[in-house]
Design a protein around this ligand. Structure first.
Ligand SMILES: *Cc1c(COP(=O)(O)O)cnc(C)c1O
Length: 386
């Protein structure tokens, strides 16, 4: 049996008629940028994040965004052209720039770090914990008088103890940025990720849990003024046609992607439920002393963007899986501090031993909506016989 690491076609096929209807609606509308599809998508995605467990609307949010004039029971959204844009524009609109330090976990995808460095700020790497999430104890040790913000990446769709993170940010007066590119709908104590800090940054790259059919991203925040500033910035800094307040960017989420994302959003609970049952089946059935399986953190609701195992013989395991025609992916083989692009930061091999160890041991096994039990059993048997 041939099993790919990921499948994007199945999600489309499951609701094909609705996606096609949305696409045709946009094609026939004659309006392709900054229109009603984007406006309604932003409202719907903001609202999605205002709801917690059991689909209850949250009345109060546990968060750091306690600016005096900001009602933290509400969420606002601005659509952008990608997840990277959500990060760098979100960070720029928070006023973070040259001379500022942002604490981030070392084992993240490079885009998290680029969101910081594109603004001239310096990433301060900390090690991951046993769940591949930011090591919370290491955050406090890394705070200096230059620290402006903490960026929490909900890596693989997992969520760490956000109560402790919020407390640390409040105690030290730090801004909190959440990279939610892998964690749409994930929760800590019934509250969705992206709503704990000053900005939540999302990617809708096609392989993400909430994938578009091209590049797309968004930021969410409790502060409507912040969201208005992002909306101005994404459109050349223009608040009114041909009147430019600031030197901005072109980062508009187009009408086609917005319309298609509205369909995807309708099925997000279904998508998440399915991933959670696939993950729980893997966790119950994978049984091999050479393989460490991931755990859902207590009090959290993981959305399992990836099911990431760890194995000392990872590279042999990949060859073995390849022989059995089972796809797998390493997220990620080279951590940002050792990337050529970041040589100028002056980090050395051995500086972040846990981050580096994970880069040598992690492996994402096949996990996608529409995966059959037969396919999953084939992967499980292979892993157990390795
Ligand atoms: C995918 C991803 C991004 C970047 O999103 P793009 O839409 O590809 O720009 C940022 N951070 C993390 C953790 C990601 O997985």
């Amino acid at each position: 049996m041939k099993i790919l690491a990921n499948r994007m076609d199945l999600g489309f096929q499951k609701h094909q008629a609705e996606y096609e209807e949305a696409a045709l609606r946009v094609l026939r509308s004659g309006w392709y940028i900054l229109g009603n599809e984007l406006k309604t998508f932003e409202e719907e995605f903001a609202s999605y994040n205002e709801f917690g467990s059991d689909n209850r609307r949250l009345e109060s949010f546990d968060c750091t965004a306690n600016t005096d004039d900001c009602d933290t029971s509400k969420v606002y959204c601005a659509g952008l052209a990608s997840g990277l844009d959500a990060l760098w524009i979100g960070i720029r609109m928070l006023g973070i720039g040259a001379g500022d330090e942002v604490i981030v976990q070392g084992n993240t995808y490079i885009a998290s770090v680029m969101g910081i460095t594109m603004n001239g700020a310096t990433p301060i790497f900390v090690e991951p914990d046993e769940n591949s999430q930011i090591d919370i104890d290491a955050i406090e040790r890394s705070i200096t008088d230059k620290t402006k913000a903490v960026m929490v990446v909900h890596l693989y769709g997992q969520v760490t103890d956000m109560t402790r993170i919020v407390d640390i940010c409040k105690k030290h007066g730090l801004l909190l940025i959440e990279d939610c590119a892998q964690a749409h709908g994930a929760m800590w104590k019934g509250q969705k990720v992206g709503t704990f800090g000053n900005v939540g940054c999302f990617s809708f790259y096609p392989t993400k849990n909430m994938g578009a059919f091209g590049d797309a991203g968004a930021v969410i925040a409790h502060d409507p003024k912040f969201i208005e500033e992002v909306k101005t910035y994404r459109n050349y800094g223009s608040h009114k046609h041909y009147y430019n307040k600031v030197v901005g960017a072109n980062s508009r989420l187009d009408e086609m992607q917005a319309a298609l994302l509205k369909v995807r959003l309708k099925y997000m609970d279904e998508i998440t439920d399915e991933r959670r049952s696939l993950a729980s089946r893997y966790s119950q059935k994978i049984d091999n002393p050479q393989i460490i399986i991931p755990k859902e953190v207590d009090n959290s609701y993981a959305v399992w963007h990836q099911y990431v195992i760890r194995c000392k013989n990872r590279d042999k395991l990949i060859d073995y899986l390849n022989e059995k025609e089972i796809g797998s992916i390493i997220h990620y083989p080279v951590p940002p501090h050792l990337q050529e692009a970041y040589a100028y930061l002056g980090h050395e091999e051995g500086e972040y031993p846990i981050t580096e160890e994970y880069a040598n041991e992690v492996l994402s096994i096949p996990m996608y909506n529409g995966m059959t039990m037969e396919e999953q059993d084939y992967v499980i048997d292979a892993l157990n016989n390795f």
